[in-house]
Design a protein around this ligand. Structure first.
Ligand code: ATP
Length: 572
């Protein structure tokens, strides 16, 4: 109920449009009732062969109701679709606004295919909230009131019977069928999410599935999910059919009731046979309003599930919030890490513990350590993906938690091992770092990054995840982005880990050139070209175990020297 009220609340700005569409929907069914009643009256009356002038009322009525029914149906569809699209637009904007602050920390706990389904299908399914969930009950209520009046004018007893049958068709039948089909809509949605997940895994991991001979098993899982979904869809279709039949039964019961209660009135002459025929046809037409009600309840179940899935994301507390009154961004660009600690949610072991070091403005510091030592976590904390659990990181003397996170990120250019390239042109991927840059600037950045060969390929598609480029080109494209961003602080997170020795040497020379005068923090587990750094912080299990320049650390003959020897002996 709470989810439904929250969803309904989101449609509140369109309440008047929704009401108008529902009223026109009611007028459309009202015209249908009028059309059948006047037609019945006309045919019955005409069978008695009266003069043509006596039939004028019926002829005009049939024409008016016949024409108005079409026009009103068109107007109702127009307004309700327009309102639905406005609601969808609002829902999408609301959802995007709400998830933006959650990225990436909070969204990391959701599988990407599942997240995609929530963003696309779940929001799309909420388009039903107005047209199939809110509007039909309103229309049905108005039609019930109309029929209570129209039949009640002739016979209150008949009207009460019709009311009972309408309540049965409008409330009883949907309750029975929805109860019997309970969980079907949720089950279908869950299976659709699973299918999407399996499909994404299949496309992205096709190579691995082939290599390990698991393609058949994966396809079996996809078939199994499809079959389960088909079973549920059949169940859902069965109950839809059952509902239509039960509605038909309720309608026939109403007709029999009218005949039973009004035929004696016809006999004694208080009601004419023609009127009885018109009333019966009017009642038959009125049941059109009750047919969508089971669908309404089924959609309600699906919408509530979709709403719950969306609210599950929306309600996640953002890990990093911009302070209400952010301090002005400092002029300096030194980095000071003080007694820094961080534990990932759900983890018992701290990833960083009591870490302190300084990178002076324009200085070059490396953080080295074995895999899992906590090196990349420092980058995530620096660019404000997470908040430290203890201690602080200051840039230019200001604690970054007091600054606007966006402002901090603009001052830090990160080149990581996993450069994400969008499935767009090379130009678009470069413009991400400098939206206003012209071709000359882009080409200058490509040249500086050592990939002048891409000058003529600016409009080429980079491929899915940059697959149309070589590993070295992708990495250099990330450096070109860094050059374009022109941030005073550069963070290299295993930036050359995927490159061969010759390319790595060339890329490092490029980085040295373009980072001259900037504050550089390099994170690596490979101890190559370490003489380039003024200072090296050696990290192990989240703690700094040694610190000094390359020579000092070798002389110390401790953890660093051990790592260095191991790596260099292995390479010999
Ligand atoms: P590598 O050199 O292999 O990239 P690293 O030194 O950069 O390793 P981190 O990625 O910082 O190490 O990870 C430090 C610790 O935190 C590891 O034990 C890792 O398992 C854990 N960790 C990293 N990311 C998460 C996460 N999102 N949730 C929970 N634990 C995490």
């Amino acid at each position: 109920m709470k989810t439904f009220l929250r969803l309904a609340g989101l449609t509140r700005p369109f309440a008047w449009w929704m009401l108008l569409a529902a009223l026109i929907g009611f007028a459309t069914i009202g015209s249908g009732i009028g059309l059948l009643m006047t037609s019945a009256w006309l045919i019955s009356r005409a069978s008695l062969l009266p003069p043509i002038s006596a039939l004028q009322f019926g002829i005009v009525g049939v024409r008016v109701f016949g024409a108005s029914r079409g026009v009103l149906r068109y107007a109702e569809r127009l307004i309700s679709h327009d309102t639905t699209f406005k609601i969808l637009t609002r829902l999408r904007l609301w959802f995007y606004d709400a998830i933006e602050p959650l990225a990436p920390a909070r969204l990391a706990s959701f599988k990407s295919a599942d997240l995609l389904k929530r963003i696309t299908d779940d929001i799309q399914s909420l388009e039903n909230i107005y047209s199939r969930v809110l509007a039909p009950p309103l229309t049905a209520m108005l039609v019930t009131a109309l029929m209570l009046y129209l039949v009640g004018v002739w016979s209150p007893l008949a009207a009460l019977g019709v009311l009972a049958c309408q309540l049965l068709a409008g409330i009883g039948v949907p309750l029975i069928t929805v109860r019997a089909a309970k969980g079907t809509a949720r089950g279908i949605m869950a299976l659709q999410a699973e299918q999407q997940l399996l499909a994404v895994d299949m496309v992205q991991g096709l190579g691995e599935l082939h290599v390990f001979g698991m393609l058949g098993t994966h396809l079996d899982r996809m078939h199994e999910a499809e079959e389960k979904k088909l079973d549920l869809q059949k169940k859902s279709a069965f109950f839809e059919g059952l509902q239509e039949s039960l509605c038909g039964l309720a309608m026939n019961a109403a007709v029999i009731w009218i005949l039973w209660s009004m035929l004696p009135m016809v006999k004694i002459g208080t009601v004419s046979g023609i009127t009885l025929t018109a009333v019966i046809f009017g009642v038959i037409a009125s049941f059109e309003a009750f047919l969508p009600l089971t669908g309404s309840m089924q959609h309600l179940e699906a919408d509530i599930r979709a709403g719950e899935r969306l609210f599950e994301i929306i309600d996640a507390e953002a890990e990093v919030k911009a302070p209400d009154h952010p301090a002005p961004l400092p002029a300096g660009h030194d980095i000071e890490v003080n007694d820094l600690s961080f534990t990932y949610p759900g983890s018992t072991r701290p990833a960083i513990e009591g870490l302190s070091f300084i990178v002076p403005q324009g200085g070059r510091t490396a953080i080295v350590g074995p895999s899992g030592a906590g090196k990349s976590t420092i980058t995530s904390l620096l660019v404000r993906f997470w908040n430290p659990t203890g201690g602080s990181i200051c840039v230019g003397g200001s604690n970054i938690t007091a600054l606007d996170p966006e402002g901090v990120r603009r001052r830090i250019a990160v080149v990581s091992q996993r450069t994400y390239l969008f499935g767009q042109s090379i130009r678009d991927n470069l413009l991400l770092a400098a939206p206003g840059a012209g071709d000359q600037e882009l080409k200058a950045a490509l040249s500086a990054a050592g990939i002048a060969n891409l000058h003529d390929r600016l409009d080429d598609w980079a491929g899915q995840h940059g697959m149309n480029l070589s590993g070295g080109e992708r990495q250099r494209l990330a450096i070109a982005r860094m050059i374009l961003q022109d941030a005073p602080i550069i963070v290299l997170d295993e930036a050359t880990a995927n490159l061969d020795a010759v390319t790595e040497q060339a890329v490092l020379e490029t980085i040295d050139k373009v980072s001259a005068g900037k504050t550089l923090l390099a994170i690596t587990h490979r101890l190559q070209h370490m003489e380039r750094f003024d200072r090296i912080v050696v990290l192990n299990e989240g703690k700094a175990v040694e610190e000094g320049c390359h020579k000092e650390l070798l002389t110390l003959n401790g953890f660093y020297a051990g790592m260095w020897r191991l790596q260099h002996e292995t390479m010999l």
